[in-house]
Ligand binder design. Structure first.
Ligand code: SF4
Ligand code: SF4
Length: 92
């Protein structure tokens, strides 16, 4: 089982040093997780260290392909409010 970093990743480097398995590596166009090395932090931490520090919602997926930090989870902005704000911005 392994997590996956997807294209939303902004290459901020935050996750690189916190991975206990050295499973994260820098590559283009975004950081990646070596699925052979990722242990999902089992035995080391109670939660995914990469996702705990990642500032980008949706950049890291669990083994089921679900965002560990889904939209709204870090900003605290409810999705409806965000949609309203975006609609308003686009109207101007
Ligand atoms: S879940 Fe844990 S072991 Fe896997 S990449 Fe993230 S920090 Fe590393
Ligand atoms: S912390 Fe998130 S945004 Fe930063 S490099 Fe890692 S996956 Fe990418």
């Amino acid at each position: 089982m392994a997590v996956k970093i997807i294209e939303l990743c902004t290459n901020c480097h935050a996750c690189l040093p916190v991975c206990p398995s050295h499973a994260i590596y820098e590559t283009k166009p975004h950081f990646m997780v070596d699925p052979k090395k990722c242990t999902e932090c089992e035995g080391d931490f109670a939660d995914f260290q990469c996702a705990s520090i990642c500032p980008i919602e949706g950049a890291i997926l669990n083994a089921l392909g679900e965002a560990i930090n889904p939209p709204g989870s870090l900003t605290g902005i409810p999705l409806e409010k965000m949609a309203e704000a975006m609609a308003e911005l686009q109207a101007h």
